[in-house]
Ligand binder design. Structure first.
Ligand code: HPA
Ligand code: ZN
Length: 336
């Protein structure tokens, strides 16, 4: 349809995509075979790529999804596995009209399995260089910390020499906070974020996905974030919404993710219109595209179906997502 062609052609930036969440069932089974990975024998979903894919249609919550997400990534062992994963995502994103992608990864989920940070980073770096050369796509890495683990463990990981080196060399642009939200409010990670800020790292955190609007205020007040990942619960607090609009903090919304994880009943319930009216900046993203039934263009199309935005509104969403990106100003000027 004409609107689909228009949405495909828009120059998009993606800010909320977990590379481990781009692991498709087919790549998962291919790597499991190659790496001799034992998948759970007591869960019939792991019988085949097809049965696993079908299970993804029935997530009941963030934690239900995370169970599959952490098992799935156990097939990632070698640098070449991480490279294949990132390259498959970059190619797919380029086809959807993504010109700039800022991608999350979860080092603790790999180092805890005995996979070195340098293995993860080298694979991703090869794929990024290739995306730049072959796709003209600029990319940034955002190192996420797992909030279900003790904050002290996150600090130990953050302070490891390999991570510090990747921050200093600019291989990693910033930090994020992900995994189970409800029992792990942002303020638990104040020290981690203070240290990251002192080192000049960019800072974002998941907040207001399953958690309340108060967690969004908390992330802003105690973590110094310049973005909020998800943030859909912001609409529950009008005063906070005004504050976020004024501050220019950008939300990285993920509409299909919100539906699949039952944070909302439908994309129509994602408060896109409220955010537009209040002047809250946001980008539209895929989160974990291999798990949530869609890449970025599917999310753009779902928003259009549910909210019927104008051409001018789409252009302003794309402009805001360029301005809210963490690339150099020169690159932003090219993208605009
Ligand atoms: N929320 C929290 N943690 C995550 C997500 C998410 O949507 N995806 C991957 N890790
Ligand atoms: Zn996420």
């Amino acid at each position: 349809s004409p609107i689909h062609v228009f949405l495909q052609a828009l120059p998009k930036c993606e800010h909320h995509i977990h590379l481990e969440g781009a692991l498709t069932p087919s790549l998962l089974f291919e790597l499991a075979a190659r790496n001799n990975t034992t998948l759970p024998a007591d869960d019939h979903a792991f019988l085949s790529a097809e049965s696993l894919r079908l299970r993804y249609d029935h997530f009941t919550s963030l934690d239900d999804f995370l169970n599959y997400y952490y098992i799935g990534m156990s097939v990632l062992i070698h640098s070449s596995d991480f490279e294949a994963l990132a390259w498959s995502y970059f190619q797919r994103a380029a086809a959807d009209g993504v010109h700039h992608a800022e991608v999350f990864f979860d080092p603790q989920a790999h180092t805890s399995r005995g996979v070195a940070y340098s293995t993860v980073l080298s694979g991703f770096t090869i794929a990024r260089d290739r995306a730049c050369k072959e796709l003209g796509m600029s990319t940034e890495l955002i190192c996420c910390f797992l909030r279900h683990l003790p904050p002290a463990d996150c600090l130990v990981t953050f302070n490891q020499a390999e991570l510090q080196e990747s921050f200093e060399h600019g291989a990693v642009a910033g930090i994020g906070l992900d995994s189970s939200e409800l029992d792990f409010p942002p303020q638990l990670f104040g020290e981690l974020y203070r240290k990251a800020g002192e080192q000049g790292l960019r800072r974002t955190a998941h907040a207001g996905e399953e958690g309340p609007a108060a967690y969004i205020a908390n992330a802003i007040d105690t973590l110094g974030v310049e973005r909020i990942d998800h943030g859909i619960k912001l609409a529950e607090d009008g005063e906070l919404m005004r504050r976020v609009a004024e501050s220019g903090i950008m939300l990285t919304t993920c509409p299909l993710s919100n539906v699949l994880l039952r944070c909302v009943k439908s994309v129509a319930e994602v408060p896109i219109r409220r955010f537009l009216d209040a002047g809250v900046r946001f980008s539209i993203n895929s989160d974990d595209p291999a798990y949530f039934g869609g890449y970025i263009l599917d999310n753009y199309c779902a928003v259009q179906e549910a909210h019927n935005l104008s051409v001018a509104e789409w252009e302003s969403i794309c402009r805001a997502s360029i301005e809210g990106s963490w690339c150099e100003q020169d690159r932003k000027d090219e993208l605009l």
